[in-house]
Design a protein around this ligand. Structure first.
Ligand code: NAD
Length: 260
């Protein structure tokens, strides 16, 4: 199972989990488009990965909620490398508030990045995968695709929704050799999570240490954060798996926080 020469688009990969997935793919010989809001950061990441990996990377500008920009960026990748084999729809944000205080604009913004982003990027790559008769779509879910937490109504709603989208892509894509799966990580220390620690402490009236030990890691088997490398390994399996046997699934990587 390897990704040698495979063309992969990873959204939100200028930093955090997406960057680690890109690094894992490039180390395995893949051609990876670092698709991010911030073109400078995407290009810098691509340059760094190309220097260190077996494969290569390019940076492309993509706001996943902008249909024209998504289509243009996917076309740019197809023009450059001839097709798309793997999509990792990973771009995401977190906004935490109690439901009664949740600003409607924040609700719409979060749902749009997670759900419209996954829809638009999948819609843009599928015709290329169907033409090739193969492909792997990977959506970045979360333990919050399976479990709820206070303050996270928009995030939990969006992450649950991604399971449904992946299952439909799996059913529609099967006859074209296209698979779709969801990765469900527990807490990973990235900028997205660092930002939540003081916010949750304030909203819940507890210390930052209590947020980490009780809320974020309280349910794990060993009080450990999941790492970006752990998530990248699962993303590698979903991308490189050789047959349609592995489709319509979700894999939880969370130090046992959620078991099923
Ligand atoms: P991060 O903040 O480190 O990285 C997110 C990236 O997405 C950034 O590079 C940002 O520029 C990009 N981005 C944001 N909005 C975008 C948009 N509209 N278009 C294109 N790019 C955009 O976050 P992360 O922790 O690496 O999260 C990545 C994904 O993993 C998210 O979907 C998140 O929900 C999910 N996740 C994270 C954790 C965690 O604990 N960190 C756990 C489970 C799931």
């Amino acid at each position: 199972m390897n990704l040698n020469g495979k063309v992969c688009i990873i959204t939100g990969s200028a930093s955090g989990i997406g960057k680690a997935i890109a690094e894992r793919y490039v180390a395995d010989g893949a051609k990876v488009a670092i698709a991010d809001l911030r073109l400078d950061a995407a290009k810098a990441t691509a340059e760094e990965l190309t220097k260190n990996g077996k494969g290569e990377a390019i940076g492309v500008e993509m706001n996943v909620t902008d249909e024209a920009q998504v289509n243009a960026a996917v076309q740019q990748v197809v023009d450059h490398w001839g097709g798309v084999d793997v999509l990792v729809s990973n771009a995401g944000i977190q906004i935490v508030h109690k439901l009664e205080n949740f600003p409607y604009d924040d609700w719409k913004k979060l749902l749009s990045i997670h759900l419209d982003g996954a829809f638009l990027t999948s819609k843009a790559v599928l015709p290329h995968m169907y033409k090739a008769g193969s492909g792997s779509v990977i959506l970045m879910g979360s333990v919050h695709s399976k479990e709820a937490s206070p303050l996270k109504s928009a995030y939990v709603t969006a992450k649950h929704g991604l399971l449904g989208l992946a299952r439909v892509i799996a059913k529609e894509g099967a006859e074209h050799g296209v698979r779709a799966n969801v990765i469900c990580p527990g807490f990973v220390k990235t900028p997205l999570v660092e930002k939540q620690i003081p916010e949750q402490a304030k909203d819940l009236g507890i210390t930052e240490e209590e947020v980490i030990n009780d809320i974020m890691l309280g349910g794990t088997v060993d009080k450990e954060f999941t790492t970006v490398e752990d998530v990248a390994e699962i993303a590698h399996v979903f991308a490189a798996f050789p047959t349609n046997a592995l489709t319509g699934q979700s894999m939880i990587v969370s130090h046992g926080w959620f078991m099923e």
